[in-house]
Design a protein around this ligand. Structure first.
Ligand code: GDP
Length: 432
């Protein structure tokens, strides 16, 4: 069963929320400081799905101070659960302890849901906006006491929890997940063979089901990588009918289960409609991405010239992706893939602090204000990076921002902060 951990400083209403989640009214155990409970895991059921709730309330506070204790609690929750709910008191706002906990949780590889508790009344919802500054994404307003919004919260929790608990390779600390995609005959299986042949294939084919070995774990450049869904590549399956539809479903699934995607393109051939469809899937998925131009051994001077303009048009949606020219046939530059993957993942995981972001933004807006609309000058009030994977920036504004200006903000953002190899999402929230 997947495990949900509930963390937060004392008196924010954790126990009340745990009771809500468990669907009962009586207190589990009183929130008594210093008292360690003998039972902290409870069985929960919602919409027919079973999960375990880990109530970390009993461990607070300890000798090394409240912030330290709660941060340690968050650390524990992160490594022992499949999703974390962090509870803050909306009537108080973000405290220093909440900041300390958030700082720990921002490194979390499991999903984190930020709950703004004690929102007993609609008028309080506006106040929860300030909790974006914790950098944990959108605050979820609830009233654990009155049950307000708790059904919606449970739905969100179920959506965040994986169907089954994490596997032994683990999301955490395990090899990072790579998808190798591209149109048929671009050289996917040749490249995979090259990578597993030249380098140690540590666990060749990890059993996903009893019949079908699904992934390959490969060591590249001193690091383990999990190439997802390589079964199809190895078997060179040929489907007589419905090939494209099937291939595209499989590609989509591989992308979704990966963190970073190698899009393989054929350098000896013009970029095709199929390549663009794959690229669109990758961009829409929000995954990090590396572009590998295969069959570089076939590229001559003429072809290279022709490519320049092709790429300008073909790759407009991924100007931020690193390009590596390889040949699966000769092995040329194949070793450049691992550093490119690493760069892309670092960007994908990267976080810009709210302070840095806002000082950069105020300079930008002062130099180039957003265009006036309907006689009004929209103001950008505040920005925060709501999440990583992919990095998502939320701009709070006083009015509508044109798409052109958003693109300008993204371009400038990349000029300053980099983020090579990762998409960056900019979302705008208009505050009335
Ligand atoms: P897949 O369908 O994407 O898995 O493509 P394959 O790996 O089966 O390769 C398709 C064809 O391209 C095969 O005939 C390979 O030998 C050839 N091929 C793959 N990589 C290269 C390369 O770097 N250079 C050249 N010249 N041919 C390649």
């Amino acid at each position: 069963k997947p495990v949900l951990a509930v963390v937060g400083r004392p008196n924010v209403g954790k126990s009340t929320l745990v009771n809500r989640i468990l669907g009962r009214r009586e207190a589990v155990v009183q929130d008594t400081p210093g008292v360690t409970r003998d039972r902290v895991a409870y069985d929960a059921l919602w919409n027919g799905r079973k999960f375990t709730v880990l109530d970390t309330g009993g461990w607070e506070p300890s000798a090394d101070g409240l912030a330290g204790a709660v941060a340690a609690q968050a650390e524990y929750a992160m490594t022992h659960s499949d999703a974390v709910v962090v509870v803050v008191d909306a009537t108080v706002g973000a405290t220093a302890t909440d900041e300390a906990v958030s700082k720990v949780l921002r490194r979390s590889k499991v999903p984190v849901i930020l709950v703004a508790n004690k929102v007993d009344d609609d008028r309080l919802i506006a106040d929860t906006a300030s909790l974006w500054s914790l950098g944990l994404g959108e605050p979820f307003p609830v009233s654990a006491l009155h049950g307000r919004n708790s059904g919606d919260l449970l739905d969100a929790i179920l959506a965040a929890l994986p169907e089954s608990p994490k596997d032994t390779f683990g999301v955490q600390g395990g090899p990072r997940r790579v998808a190798l995609v591209g149109k048929p005959n671009v050289g996917k299986s040749s490249l995979l063979n090259r990578l597993t042949g030249e380098n140690r294939a540590v666990v060749d084919s990890v059993a996903g089901t009893t019949v079908d070995p699904v992934d390959s774990i490969v060591e590249l450049d001193g690091q383990l990588w999990r190439f997802v869904d390589t079964a199809g590549l190895r078997k060179r399956v040929n489907f007589a009918s419905g090939t494209e539809y099937y291939a595209s479903l499989r590609t989509k699934a591989a992308i979704e289960s990966a963190e970073v995607v190698i899009v393989l393109l054929d350098a000896s051939d013009p970029i095709a409609e199929q390549d663009l469809r794959v690229l669109t899937m990758v961009v829409d998925s929000g995954r990090a991405c590396v572009l590998a131009f295969n069959k570089w051994d076939l590229v001559d001077e003429d072809r290279r010239h022709a490519m320049v303009r092709e790429l300008e048009r073909g790759l407009v949606r991924v100007p931020w992706a690193e390009k590596v020219n390889v040949s699966a046939l000769t092995g040329r530059s194949v070793r450049k893939l691992a550093p490119a993957l690493r760069t892309a993942l670092n960007s994908w995981d990267q976080r810009v602090s709210t302070g840095q972001l806002n000082s950069w933004l105020s300079d930008l807006v002062a130099a180039t204000p957003p265009p006036v609309r309907g006689g009004k000058q929209p103001k950008i009030l505040f920005a925060t990076q709501a999440s990583t994977r992919p990095p998502t920036i939320v701009l709070f504004t006083s009015g509508f921002l044109e798409a052109g200006y958003r693109r300008f903000v993204e371009r400038k953002f990349r000029e300053t902060f980099g983020f090579t190899g990762s998409p960056v999402r900019i979302s705008v929230r208009v505050r009335e």
